[in-house]
Design a protein around this ligand. Structure first.
Ligand SMILES: NC(=O)c1ccc[n+]([C@@H]2O[C@H](COP(=O)([O-])OP(=O)(O)OC[C@H]3O[C@@H](n4cnc5c(N)ncnc54)[C@H](OP(=O)(O)O)[C@@H]3O)[C@@H](O)[C@H]2O)c1
Length: 292
């Protein structure tokens, strides 16, 4: 039996991990903010993992993910959870000689390049959230333990906050909505991200001496899409009649800038772990079939 400690409990990724099908050989134990507030007890995390000493791997699905609040009013919380906490986790895992699977974001990139970002592309965070996540990555890699950083992008599911749910909420209330058409990305359905990470766990636990690259990219299979076309697809699948009008990022007053190009190149991930990443549009239809 492989026992995995997962930080994050009610978030998108953690919820998908909890619902994932992985048979009886894997047991996941979830720690949310109620059980252990990571922001309030940064130094305690190390001891917590060491004391438990009964896990074969740790997945960090916790993060401060409100990009606009991270930019201004809650910058300190974002810094603590995204930058400082992963270092403590990575150090404890290294001491226990167990893999640490850390999740990061496309926001570590500026989004100004015109081609998909590979794991070795130059980082230059688009916003403060991206900066905090980049610092977390830096420290996880500096600890140089087992495991790796897995960047992902545009995660959606029926849980929590995400673009799909926001568009649905706004489209239900309005006849016309404006959506930016100059931000392009490759979404991923949270259950597909969860399945990919569980495949990583199986891989690392069965080949403990095999060295991984420091960083991999996981995004949905299929074609990238801009937010305007994405919103049109969401509205069409929902059966709503809302009219979507394209605007530019300059016309949309977001507090934190978003990368214009958020497309991640997943080639090194799929070849290393021999995984097919399902087309995100299949995930989107599956999400809609769940809400009815
Ligand atoms: N969402 C996206 O579009 C996206 C895109 C790129 C990368 N990512 C990355 O993917 C990962 C998972 O994202 P997600 O969408 O699943 O995030 P999410 O839905 O916002 O969930 C965040 C998780 O962090 C936990 N958390 C927050 N504050 C905490 C605290 N003070 N103490 C302990 N736990 C705390 C929450 O715990 P509770 O369970 O207690 O609420 C929750 O489980 C993150 O690393 C994120 O940066 C996400």
């Amino acid at each position: 039996m492989t026992r995995i400690l997962v930080f994050g409990k009610n978030g998108q990724l953690a919820t998908a991990l909890a619902k994932a099908e992985f048979g009886s050989e894997i047991e996941l134990i979830f720690i949310g903010s109620t059980e252990f507030n990571l922001i309030q007890n940064v130094l305690g995390i190390h001891q917590y993992i060491i004391n438990s000493n009964s896990f074969d791997a740790v997945i960090n699905a916790s993060a401060y993910t409100d990009v606009d609040k991270a930019e201004m009013q809650n910058a300190q919380d974002a810094w603590v959870l995204n930058a400082l906490v992963p270092r403590q986790m990575a150090q404890a895992c290294k001491l226990l000689q167990i893999p640490f699977i850390h999740v990061s974001t496309e926001s570590v990139f500026s989004g100004l390049e015109t081609t998909p970002y590979t794991p070795t592309s130059k980082t230059n965070p688009a916003n403060f959230y991206g900066l905090t996540k980049l610092k977390g990555e830096y420290w996880v890699n500096a600890v140089n333990g087992m495991g790796a950083v897995f960047r992902t992008s545009w995660v959606f599911s029926n849980t929590g906050n995400n673009f799909v749910k926001t568009i649905l909420r706004v489209a239900k209330k309005n006849d016309v909505i404006q959506v930016v058409d100059d931000q392009i990305g490759l979404p991923i359905y949270a259950p597909d991200l969860a399945a990919a990470l569980l495949a990583v766990i199986r891989f690392t636990v069965s080949r403990p001496t095999e060295k991984l690259y420091p960083t991999y990219h996981i995004a949905g299979g299929g074609r990238p899409i801009n937010r305007y076309d994405y919103a049109k697809l969401i509205v069409q699948l929902s059966g709503l009649k809302t009219n979507i009008v394209p605007i530019s990022s300059n016309q949309f007053a977001a507090i934190a800038p978003r990368p214009k190009n958020a497309v991640l190149d997943t080639g090194s991930f799929t070849s290393k772990f021999n995984i097919d990443l399902p087309d995100w549009q299949i995930g989107l239809k599956h999400m809609f079939s769940k809400v009815g």
